[in-house]
Design a protein around this ligand. Structure first.
Ligand SMILES: [Zn+2]
Length: 339
């Protein structure tokens, strides 16, 4: 196998910060060496996304609202709490624009892969609302861009510990976009039940997981739900909402993935994209609030994208036993007619 080209962008938004808020630039401090290391990555600038690109998935009034409110920051604009600072409109547009740059590069270079290291995150933002630390929904903007290039169906896989309510809501009525999410049940934002979106059975697939679900349980969901479903779907491009808050050390959640578990996610998604989507695969950063866990998990994914072995990570596996998820796997398969 030749070494795959990896396109990436680095947009950590250093001025988008609010006191000791969990969602700050410190999240990425363990990965700051990535853009400086000579590992064959092609780094792209994160220019602000055109307003027209944002407007494919956001109400123009929402875009105008963020533009108008940001200069009045620092300010809290949603109960999560979601904040803005004077740079936030530009930062969020750059996060979306960086994601588009990575996607465009991947689409032009068959066999390449991409990762957009961007802040603020995006998957909670709806068509009309900032939510959950998110201002604009980058992965949804990217999906709309892929559709505009004639690629369909577009698959969005979201392994952030929280459900991507914004992404799901934006695409609930669009048959050309499929959405798959694993997330911890019962936490923010409260959506993502198995039974969500009955009109989109087989297209919007949610697998809520109990606290402490870790590498073994996730592997089961990946092998027995995600992969057979996604192979049948045969996506033209695979976009990934990559949140590293499902790591066992994350302070906001109680899931149990290790860096090795994230490496397994990346291996499965690479294999899926290679098999069905001519390798078209682009990751965008979502959450992840323990800087060391983000660094180890992000690096594990990064190495897999480069075709290299993932380092084990010093944090190791979760220190608690895993709950059984076989019944959930069986239920998801039945509900969506998988297998
Ligand atoms: Zn999250």
């Amino acid at each position: 196998m030749p070494t795959p080209t990896v396109f990436a962008t680095w947009a950590p938004a250093p001025a988008h910060r609010y006191g000791d808020h969990s969602e700050g630039p410190h999240r990425l401090r363990g990965l700051q060496h990535l853009p400086r290391q000579e590992d064959g990555t092609v780094w792209l600038p994160a220019d602000p996304a055109p307003v027209e690109a944002l407007a494919r998935v956001h109400d123009p009034r929402h875009i105008a609202y963020i533009e108008a409110i940001a200069p009045q920051g620092p300010a809290i604009i949603d109960y999560a709490p979601t904040y803005v600072t004077p740079t936030s409109y530009d930062d969020a547009r750059r996060a979306a624009g960086g994601t588009l740059a990575v996607l465009d590069a991947v689409l032009r270079a068959p066999g390449s892969r991409g990762f957009a290291w961007v802040r603020p995150p995006g998957h909670h933002a709806t068509r009309t609302q900032a939510m959950g630390f998110c201002l604009f929904n980058h992965v949804a903007v990217a999906a709309a861009h892929a559709l505009a290039q004639g690629l369909e169906p577009v698959l969005i896989v979201d392994f952030d510990a929280h459900h991507g309510n914004g992404t799901q809501a934006i695409w609930r009525a669009e048959p050309r976009v499929a959405y798959f999410s694993t997330h911890q049940e019962g936490i923010y934002p409260g959506t993502g039940d198995f039974e969500d979106e009955p009109q989109a059975r087989g297209r919007i697939v949610n697998v809520p997981l109990p606290a402490h679900t870790g590498d073994r349980g996730y592997a089961r969901v990946i092998e027995q739900v995600l992969l057979p479903w996604a192979r049948a779907l045969a996506p033209a491009v695979v976009l990934v909402s990559a949140g590293f808050d499902a790591h066992w050390r994350d302070p906001l959640t109680q899931l149990g993935l290790s860096a090795q578990g994230f490496a397994h996610w990346a291996q499965a998604l690479v294999a899926l994209a290679d098999e069905t989507a001519q390798g078209r695969l682009a990751f965008v950063l979502e959450g992840g609030y323990d800087p060391q866990a983000v660094a180890e998990s992000g690096l594990a994914v990064w190495e897999v994208l480069h075709g290299r072995a993932a380092p084990a990570g010093a944090l190791g596996p979760a220190p608690y036993p895993e709950p059984e998820v076989a019944d959930r796997v069986a239920y998801a398969r039945r509900l969506h007619g998988i297998g």
